[in-house]
Design a protein around this ligand. Structure first.
Ligand code: SF4
Ligand code: SF4
Length: 563
């Protein structure tokens, strides 16, 4: 760290490495060397003799005012995703991203950080995972996916084992999978089952992500890693497999043991290596002709640049897809998805993030692929935002989805060939449901209403809280979607009103907000938290999945009946 802070010769070779610079030509404040100097000047003022003796000469300067602290916050959180692309292109070996993380940690310890960073860190400290997924929701989702798999494959033997002792594999996941993408859990379970794996998932300590990597808070990093390691030890697991997540892999396998101060008695590997091993060892068979769409691969910065995991996903892709094409540059030279470093949780920088994604959008577009595959849940969200913002004709998927789709199930030999079943035009579970959409943004109301109506629901629209209460009393909807920040009564007040009103309290509520810091509702209503919770921007798939989960799992109903 000290060498990185002291050895910059201002050659400028890092400048063109940064996607912020490439997407914002003419703005020198995005240059890595400029950003690094905002941290370096404080180091010089306090630790370097030149900075103490001749501060004006070496531009050494401490921070004194709240404004200066805010400016520093905007540099270290808002203008860098800690992707480390500039670091690998520095001839002096200056690792800017690493001391940028250190500067984040110093600010966090002084209570200065974007609100989203505070909210997510609090969730991970207090609830045990960074999306505030409650234990019962997690277990219900696993149960739900197990039932889906059993019925889809007509095989009652497929299980998602929980807390099994002495397993060869303990499988840890990203809370995003529970909340937005449970299909990845089902796909992994299908692969483990047909590989004949002796595996389990933990009931607690299952989150392999670690917001400490993004916030620079080593204490949080250590606490989170310790939970996962101790649970794996309790289960006597022989190997901890980490599902596809770049920062989860880096923070669990590479940084976690140091933060936690533990010697780890079991192996750790990415699920990418696990799936590749199963194919090489003949434990599963795959048929690549089931994945014929052109695909490209996005290297997550943490997996590729920081952990060297870039050949294995390509080997796997070539085994399960017929048309894999590289994007350029790639591997350790790939550009960040632009959602890295916790950027997806910092809503105040969204416009700047998307503007700075121009270079990423061009890189994706040039491949002419229909799918971009990535082994990182954070990149899935970052890339989805880029694709939507730049209107690219492309979707994001992960290796687990492709391997699952290509999996040849021996018992099915006599069955007709597997053909992709198109999604029904209408989601039958939505037909006839009455949904009250409440949001003060007219465009957002139109977006949600159209989507739900196209899928068979009857939608009522409210643009403020009073309207929502009035409509709910007359129409008795099956679900309320609720924005939090609205003029007049806030969403939080409406939420309380619904939960307290005997006539309305049985209506499930799905919060949809652009303010992740308002997750505190989960804490304030431990006995009746929201039935669903989505951060804006939302996707069609994410919205439908969450609403379906509310109707099918019926958590709020169960909570009320005491089941
Ligand atoms: S490439 Fe390295 S030495 Fe050159 S300006 Fe950037 S950080 Fe400094
Ligand atoms: S770490 Fe990445 S985002 Fe940050 S300055 Fe370097 S290249 Fe830019």
């Amino acid at each position: 760290m000290a060498a990185s802070l002291a050895s910059c010769v201002h050659c400028g070779m890092c400048i063109e490495s940064c996607h912020y610079v490439l997407s914002n030509p003419g703005d020198p404040t995005f240059a890595p060397v400029y950003k690094a100097d905002q941290i370096r000047k404080i180091f010089k003022r306090h630790y370097d003799w030149t900075g103490r003796v001749i501060p004006w000469w070496v531009k050494a300067k401490s921070v004194f005012t709240d404004e200066e602290l805010e400016e520093l916050k905007d540099v270290v959180f808002g203008k860098c995703t800690n992707c480390r692309r500039c670091s690998i292109n520095c001839p002096m070996g200056v690792d800017y991203a690493t001391f940028n993380r250190m500067a984040r940690g110093l600010l966090v310890h002084n209570g200065i950080m974007p609100e989203g960073v505070a909210a997510v860190s609090k969730d991970q400290w207090e609830i045990g995972n960074q999306m505030g997924v409650l234990k019962e929701d997690y277990l219900e989702t696993l149960e739900w996916m197990e039932e889906e798999l059993q019925s889809e494959l007509e095989n009652p033997d497929i299980k998602i084992p929980i807390d099994k002792i002495d397993c060869d594999v303990v499988y840890s996941i990203n809370p995003r999978e529970v909340k937005y993408d449970p299909r990845t859990i089902a796909d992994a379970a299908k692969i483990f089952h047909y590989a004949g794996e002796n595996w389990t998932m933990p009931s607690e300590g299952w989150d392999m992500t670690n917001f400490g990597l993004f916030s620079g808070d080593d204490e949080l990093g250590g606490a989170v890693a310790r939970r996962l390691f101790e649970k794996t030890e309790d289960l006597k697991g022989k190997k901890l497999v980490i599902s596809e997540c770049g920062h989860g892999y880096r923070s669990t396998r590479c940084e976690g043991p140091n933060w936690a101060g533990m010697d780890i008695p079991f192996e750790m590997e990415s699920s990418v290596n696990t799936m590749l091993r199963y194919i090489k060892e003949g434990r599963i068979k795959v048929d690549k002709s089931r994945n014929t769409d052109p695909v490209t691969f996005h290297d997550s910065c943490n997996n590729a640049r920081s952990c060297g995991l870039f050949e294995e996903p390509r080997e796997l892709l070539n085994l399960v897809c017929t048309d894999f094409r590289e994007m350029y540059p790639n591997r350790s030279e790939n550009y960040c998805c632009t959602g890295g470093g916790g950027a997806m949780s910092m809503s105040e920088y969204t416009n700047q993030r998307l503007k700075s994604a121009k270079v990423k959008a061009e890189q994706l577009k040039d491949t002419e692929a229909k799918f971009v595959v990535t082994s990182c849940h954070n990149c899935v969200d970052g890339l989805t935002d880029v694709i939507r913002h730049y209107k690219l004709d492309m979707k994001v998927t992960q290796l687990v989805n492709l391997v699952s789709n290509a999996l040849v199930i021996e018992e099915e030999v006599a069955m007709p060939p597997v053909v992709e079943v198109p999604e029904p035009a209408v989601h039958e579970w939505l037909v006839g449901r009455k949904i009250l959409v409440t949001d003060d943004e007219p465009d957002f109301v139109i977006f949600i209403s159209t989507l739900l109506e196209d899928n068979g629901a009857t939608v009522f629209r409210a643009h403020d809280g009073d309207q929502a209460i009035e409509i709910a009393k007359t129409e008795k909807p099956d679900l309320l979607t609720l924005d939090i920040t609205m003029p007049g009564k806030s969403g939080a007040e409406i939420f309380d009103y619904f939960r307290d009103d005997p006539e309305l309290k049985s209506i499930p509520i799905c919060i949809i907000t652009g303010k992740p810091e308002l997750r505190k509702l989960i804490y304030e209503h431990p006995s009746a938290p929201p039935d669903g919770y989505l951060d804006k921007p939302i996707t069609e798939e994410g919205l439908l999945l969450n609403i379906r989960k509310i109707f099918e799992v019926g958590h709020h109903e169960k909570a009320k009946s005491g089941n």
